[in-house]
Ligand binder design. Structure first.
Ligand code: 5GP
Ligand code: MN
Length: 317
């Protein structure tokens, strides 16, 4: 993977950086931001790490997670260069109210917006963490255990721990190198897959009970009431939409999560060639071919119908 020379020059020459990532940050967003922050600080640079939403509890094993702040106030005082990770529009990071010097975008999403002075958007990259892996290497910085743990986690999350179609020799070679630098695959897998809070599991069971399948599209939903009953938070639903993919006939799996009165957030997953990013784009959302999302203002029944209609529309094209 070739890192744009312009990015390397900016990282070498500038002193203050604001590393920001998308709302509801996942393991790739968090791991990429933390590894880059740790690497830049090892070169004597100053970094602030921003996400509007807090790091979910189950990602708090990631070294340096306390670097995250949800306030831009202090960071902006230093007139930092913005590095936007794992998304490519200021709206996705909820920073669209501000002006930034020399925004640098490092991302791998299929849905692209026109923002930033330097854009490195590689849809073929399995994870933003993989791009940061090559970036840190190109800077001549040696991976510490903390950087390696963050990047290995980032890559694990976005490849379903080496199961999705984006898993390739390059991903495995980079991951092997991260293991050599101190990342512990078994511990990270334990944290990611075997450390759920009981309440999160209760919410999953409740969500699975809402499953309906129509035309090989599995649809589930989560109401505010279900969060209240299980005393869980929206972040606890990460990857719930993956579960119905277990069923062999299912080709799209969707979860509608209530985010306000009559407003739903759809989380979509698909198998093989079915491109859910194309569906999400119809509703101003986005993502990857096999994982995407969008927001919709409607009652649940209409939201469901909208999804089925959108699927028909992308198929008819
Ligand atoms: P999830 O279903 O886990 O929330 O998101 C799946 C993928 O779609 C992630 O890569 C996420 O960044 C992207 N995504 C989810 N919702 C949106 C959205 O509203 N807009 C865009 N551009 N991407 C989204
Ligand atoms: Mn990602």
């Amino acid at each position: 993977m070739k890192v744009p020379e312009k990015i390397l020059t900016i990282l070498r020459e500038e002193k203050n950086f604001l590393i920001a990532t998308h709302i509801n940050p996942d393991g790739d967003a968090i791991g990429s931001a933390l590894a880059l922050s740790i690497a830049l600080e090892s070169m004597g640079k100053k970094t602030s790490v921003y996400s509007r939403d807090p790091v979910p509890g189950f990602y708090r094993f990631m070294p340096g997670h306390k670097r995250f702040t949800s306030s831009l106030k202090n960071a902006l005082k230093t007139d930092p260069v913005l590095i936007l990770l794992d998304c490519n529009s200021p709206e996705r990071a909820a920073i669209d109210r501000y002006e930034f010097r020399c925004p640098v975008i490092i991302d791998h999403h299929e849905t692209e917006r026109d923002f930033g002075d330097v854009r490195w958007v590689d849809r073929a990259a399995a994870a933003t963490g993989l791009m940061i892996f090559y970036l840190i290497k190109s800077m001549g910085i040696k991976f510490t255990k903390d950087m390696a743990t963050n990047l290995y986690t980032a890559i694990s999350v976005d490849t379903g721990t080496f199961r999705y179609s984006n898993t390739n020799p390059g991903v495995l070679r980079a991951s092997a190198e991260l293991i050599e630098s101190g990342a512990k695959p078994n511990l990270i897998a334990d944290y990611l897959y075997e450390s759920w809070d009981r309440r999160r599991f209760d919410l999953l069971m409740m969500t699975l009970n809402t499953l309906e399948i129509q035309n090989r599209i599995a649809i589930m939903h989560i109401t505010s009431d279900m969060f209240r009953k299980t005393r869980t938070k929206p972040e606890d639903t990460e990857n719930f939409s993956n579960f119905p993919r277990i069923i062999n006939s299912v080709k799209i799996s969707a979860v509608f999560r209530e985010i306000g009165k009559g407003v739903w957030k759809a989380s979509l997953r698909s198998k093989g060639d079915v491109n859910v990013a194309k569906i999400a784009e119809l509703y101003d959302g986005g993502g990857h071919k096999n994982a995407a999302g969008f927001k919709i203002k409607a009652d649940l029944e209409s939201a469901r119908k909208a999804l089925l209609k959108a699927y028909k529309k992308i198929n008819d094209k």
